[in-house]
Design a protein around this ligand. Structure first.
Ligand SMILES: *Cc1c(COP(=O)(O)O)cnc(C)c1O
Length: 563
């Protein structure tokens, strides 16, 4: 079984099980969905990540919306099986031992894709090294670089120690894993008995590597000063290779991956375009993200699909037949989801929400480009709109990175708007957003709201989860929504599809457009409920059937894995 594995998938975060805090957001959830789709399709893959013993963080929110971060406490042994091999890497001259824990992701036909979570918490290691696999995106640059050494270099060594000798592709899910290329270069050199790394070695590594870039936001691309890199890794031959390490006194993980991959892609068509602009001179394709349909479809809709579209789990394309599902039954399934969500929200936040009012959902990382408060730009207008068109409820959730002070401020602003917006608009901010809550919110609201500043949303995936549950999007035209939006049919667009990067003053225009569209949505929801149900079914048929990881995995197989 190990012998037949051809694809190694590396990701700093993997969200595979709701109770394992080994992810922070979209990137990790996508990794989990990707692995599940690979298992369904029996793609011979093995995945590697870090164990993140203290998780991303547990989020608490005070009365006034201040975020408090606590380490997540979880028991690794409850979920994962320890594997026998030990490998090591050298960090700052110290030998750091690594072990790994296995999780088996099981596909629909029983095929298993193993995930190996690397762990440095071993007694033989120095105290500071034992912590290296504790915090996802925690601490400082040095810590982060050390983690990437463990993931990239340690990860390749671990796969070899486990017996994976036939791997043909190394897929770097974002640049955090780029250091795996150094280990592959060393392997090539050893195989040849070479003294130095040759052009041939570089070409061989390129043939093996695949790179997916995930964000046009600068902070999403890791860069480390070369002094730090030398301090952590020692002097390495690869540092002097100009066509590999191109960027002077900084090591840019994205460029390292770009230079050593034969296939590179962005995660939506627009993002491919934006990435080609950002990284001129590289060939960058696009494979639009998806979500794992069976995982993100709520029970009421799964039952409905089982009844009317049998086989939908094996063949997600067949969700196109959702158009023939009786709309009263879809509405009934939706109401079940909505009631569940409303009672959860009321229990958690005492928001006094009900199941009749039009309810919007907005849940994702709290960071400034996502503009969670765009809908509050003009509160008087929002209130008057709802006085005329009907009441509104908005459910928010999302964690701000511990160092993202603007993101934290955003949460506080949403909290502070609450009183002023009553009674026309009720709001709630749910603490500690995670996949379980994501399932509940994306299925339970009436309309999914997304208002990022274009072109910074590479793809976005939560609107896809919503679509599978008959929840249309009201979203800025960016990322996947440029491909998924058919106005008034699958949802509604805010603003236009801009070619260039947005100017800050466009916030005003986007807010304007948001209010205009919201007026329309209120009308459709309250005045023409049958029309609203039609939109729900079209969201499933046109978007659920396409924006899933089954279609996405087929594209990776064709374009990146077996090409
Ligand atoms: C799906 C999901 C995300 C991704 O949200 P975007 O729409 O891509 O911003 C983030 N966090 C959790 C917990 C999710 O389930």
């Amino acid at each position: 079984m190990i012998q037949d594995r051809k694809i190694a998938y590396f990701s700093m975060e993997i969200g595979i099980e709701e109770a394992m805090p080994t992810y922070s957001g979209g990137l990790g959830v996508l990794a989990g969905d990707t692995i599940l789709a690979a298992a369904d399709a029996e793609v011979p893959m093995a995945a590697v990540s870090l164990v993140h013993r203290k998780g991303y963080f547990f989020q608490k929110l005070t009365e006034d919306g201040r975020q408090i971060e606590e380490p997540v406490i979880w028991t690794v042994e409850d979920f994962l099986e320890e594997m026998p091999p030990r490998v090591s890497v050298v960090i700052e001259g110290r030998t750091v031992q690594i072990r790994c824990w296995k999780y088996e992701a099981r596909g629909i036909g029983g095929y298993i894709v193993p995930i190996y979570f690397l762990d440095t918490d071993l007694e033989v290691n120095a105290p500071q090294d034992r912590e290296l696999t504790d915090y996802l995106y925690g601490k400082d640059k040095r810590y982060r670089l050390c983690q990437e050494v463990v993931l990239g270099i340690g990860g390749v060594r671990m796969l070899r120690a486990l017996g994976y000798e036939q791997l043909e592709r190394f897929h770097m899910n974002e640049g955090h894993a780029s250091l795996l290329t150094l280990e592959l270069l060393e392997e090539q050199k050893r195989k040849r008995n070479g003294q130095t790394i040759s052009e041939e070695d570089i070409a061989a590594v390129r043939r093996q590597c695949v790179f997916t870039t995930h964000t046009p936001v600068a902070a999403g691309h890791d860069q480390f000063p070369m002094d730090l890199v030398r301090q952590v890794l020692g002097q390495q031959e690869a540092f002097s290779l100009n066509n590999v390490f191109c960027c002077g006194d900084m090591l840019n993980m994205t460029y390292l991956a770009l230079n050593l991959s034969h296939y590179v892609n962005g995660v939506a068509k627009k993002h491919g375009e934006v990435s080609r602009h950002m990284f001129g001179g590289y060939e960058i394709d696009a494979i639009t993200n998806g979500v794992h349909a069976a995982r993100w479809t709520s029970e009421p809709f799964a039952e409905l699909f089982d009844k009317y579209i049998p086989g939908w789990r094996e063949d997600n394309f067949s969700l196109r037949y959702a158009l023939s599902v009786p709309s009263e039954e879809a509405w009934e399934a939706h109401l079940q989801n909505k009631r569940r969500l409303v009672s959860f929200v009321n229990r958690e936040t005492n928001a006094g929400m009900d199941a009749e009012t039009l309810t919007l959902g907005f849940a994702r990382r709290a960071t400034s480009y996502k503009r969670a408060d765009l809908i509050f730009s003009d509160r008087r207008r929002l209130k008057s709109l709802c006085r005329k068109g009907g009441r509104l409820q908005i459910i928010f959730a999302g964690k701000a990175h511990p160092n993202d002070f603007e993101g934290k401020e955003l949460i506080r602003r949403i909290f502070s708007a609450r009183g002023e917006l009553m009674p026309e608009v009720r709001t709630a901010y749910l603490p500690n957003y995670d996949m379980a809550m994501g399932r509940l919110i994306t299925a339970g609201v009436d309309v999914w709201l997304n208002t990022p500043q274009p072109p910074l949303e590479a793809s976005g995936t939560s609107g896809m989860k919503a679509a599978l549950n008959g929840v249309p999007s009201l979203s800025v035209l960016d990322g996947w929504w440029i491909e998924g939006c058919i106005e008034g049919v699958t949802g509604w667009a805010i603003g236009e599809n801009h070619r260039q990067a947005e100017m800050p003053q466009d916030r005003q225009k986007d807010a304007e457009s948001l209010y205009e569209k919201l007026e329309k949505v209120l009308y459709v929801y309250y005045k023409t409920p049958l029309q609203f149900r039609k939109v729900m079914l079209h969201a499933i048929a046109l978007n659920g059937s396409f924006f899933n990881t089954q279609r996405m995995m087929q594209q990776y197989v064709l374009k990146a894995y077996f090409s």
